[in-house]
Write a protein that binds this ligand. Structure first.
Ligand code: HEM
Length: 118
């Protein structure tokens, strides 16, 4: 079970790298499949991690997870709205792309710096 948790942590970190790398460093202002799929993957791997960590008899900080969930949903929303606008020929939404990257960065800070138990 611990190996499975660690595999999902790796997937979770790759999703984070895809969002932040694409939105803030590589294709600034442009929606890429890395951004879209990274954002979707963060939600799925994050939710899976909560279950796996608990199944492994470890505690999760529910308040911290709730904050991360709201921020991750905002990341997906920004990426999907910008992606849909580009697909429909309604122009690019660079601010939304940057917001997706910045919110993902916020979630990294929450993940790493929020160290209290609850
Ligand atoms: C943009 C979205 C997200 C980003 C950038 C992100 C980032 C991270 C990072 C960097 C870590 C590793 C922290 C460490 O090991 O010290 C982590 C761990 C974790 N994340 Fe996320 N996260 C996101 C969304 C979510 C969501 C939506 C959930 C759950 C609903 C979640 C649940 C978790 C859990 C449970 C762990 C801990 C795994 C363990 O026990 O080692 N994350 N996240």
């Amino acid at each position: 079970m611990e190996l499975l948790v660690n595999v999902f942590v790796v997937l979770h970190l790759l999703g984070m790298a895809a969002i932040i790398g694409s939105a803030l460093f590589l294709s600034r202002g442009v929606v890429t499949p890395y951004l879209l799929w990274g954002a979707r993957a963060q939600l799925l791997t994050g939710i899976a991690l909560v279950g796996l960590v608990q199944a492994n008899d470890e505690e999760v900080n529910n308040t911290k997870i709730a904050v991360k969930l709201v921020v991750a949903i905002a990341v997906v929303a920004c990426a999907e709205i910008a992606g849909a606008a580009e697909r429909k020929g309604k122009g690019s939404r660079p601010q939304l792309v940057t917001a997706a990257g910045a919110l993902a960065l916020l979630n990294v800070l929450v993940a790493v710096l929020w160290t209290t138990a609850s």
